[in-house]
Design a protein around this ligand. Structure first.
Ligand code: GUN
Length: 293
């Protein structure tokens, strides 16, 4: 049974990115738009900031009042689009209800869209053209590759169909020649689908939609969820019983969440290199892809 810990891959990626950063004469810069006082968002943004600063990326956090107008945020995004020192723009979600989220995401320059949420990047990702891939899906792909897990002809069951996680995970799996099923709140025969799966990727946003006693010994479990339950931090499937055997699983914490933050760093360097045409991103991406255990 393999525990798919993010730490060894993150350490190797960081080491590589620190060297890459030293070779650049200017720091990449991430601009984060944090609107309102969403507690979880503030924690996530704090982690992203720390990870970025650890490898020499400049970070500017734009704390914006939840009473700010759509127009105010649009003007800020337009200004950052035109600011050559800004490499990446991240609009932390969710936003207060009065904002038109799609309009804001669409306004971000696709070349600075390090979250991969702009429709152009989404469409290019769907068709397997060059794109910024959303960080969770990219993180899962990178982690599976690092542990030599090949999705070719495997039955992948994705639980959840969100635009940010479920759909990009399904698309990534499809690009790796998996046979992909997406289950969601209206899916009827979930136990049958679980039985047929080789790999289960749970991104339901809810605790316990499937639990550890429902999965099988030969399966690989990728748990995207993070919940506080009975004083523990656990994934969608809850706390893994020590005696439960599966082929491989991602720990929570220390699995997909950590890879999501690390893949944001990857996307920031990608944005910087493609904008500045300094160094060849294709070679850099290949070197990062080639990091092995
Ligand atoms: N909210 C939850 N996850 C994410 C993410 O990956 N990016 C952004 N921008 N907001 C989020």
């Amino acid at each position: 049974m393999i525990c798919l810990r993010a730490k060894p891959l993150i350490e190797k990626t960081q080491e590589y990115l620190v060297k890459l950063r030293r070779s650049l004469n200017q720091a990449p810069r991430l601009d984060v738009l944090l609107i309102g006082n969403h507690e979880a968002s503030a924690i996530y943004v704090g982690r992203k900031k720390q990870a970025a600063q650890d490898i020499g990326i400049d970070v500017v956090i734009h704390h914006i009042s939840d009473h700010a107008s759509q127009d105010h945020v649009e003007k800020l995004i337009s200004m950052l689009n035109n600011e050559s020192n800004c490499s990446g723009i991240l609009l932390q979600l969710p936003l207060p209800a009065h904002f038109n989220v799609m309009k804001l995401l669409t306004l971000i320059d696709p070349a600075k869209d390090v979250d991969g949420f702009h429709p152009l990047n989404k469409g290019n990702h769907l068709d397997n053209f060059a794109a910024f891939v959303p960080c969770t899906a990219l993180g899962v792909s990178r982690l599976l590759k690092f542990y030599n897990i090949n999705l070719q002809s495997k039955n992948v069951l994705v639980l959840g169909r969100s635009a940010i996680v479920g759909k990009p995970l399904a698309i990534e799996s499809l690009h790796q020649n998996a046979t992909v099923t997406i289950a969601h709140s209206a899916t009827k025969n979930l136990p049958d689908l679980v039985k047929q799966a080789d790999i289960i990727m749970s991104a339901t946003g809810h605790f316990g939609v499937i639990q550890w006693d429902q999965v099988y010994e030969h399966q690989i479990i990728i748990d995207v969820g993070i919940h506080r339950h009975n004083g523990d931090i656990v994934g969608d499937l809850g706390k893994k019983p020590a005696e439960k055997i599966v082929a491989a699983y991602t720990p929570v914490p220390g699995g997909v969440g950590a890879m999501t933050v690390n893949s944001l760093m990857y996307n920031i360097f990608k944005a910087y290199c493609l904008q500045k045409q300094s160094g060849c991103w294709a070679d850099i991406a290949q070197s990062i892809d080639a990091l092995t255990l």
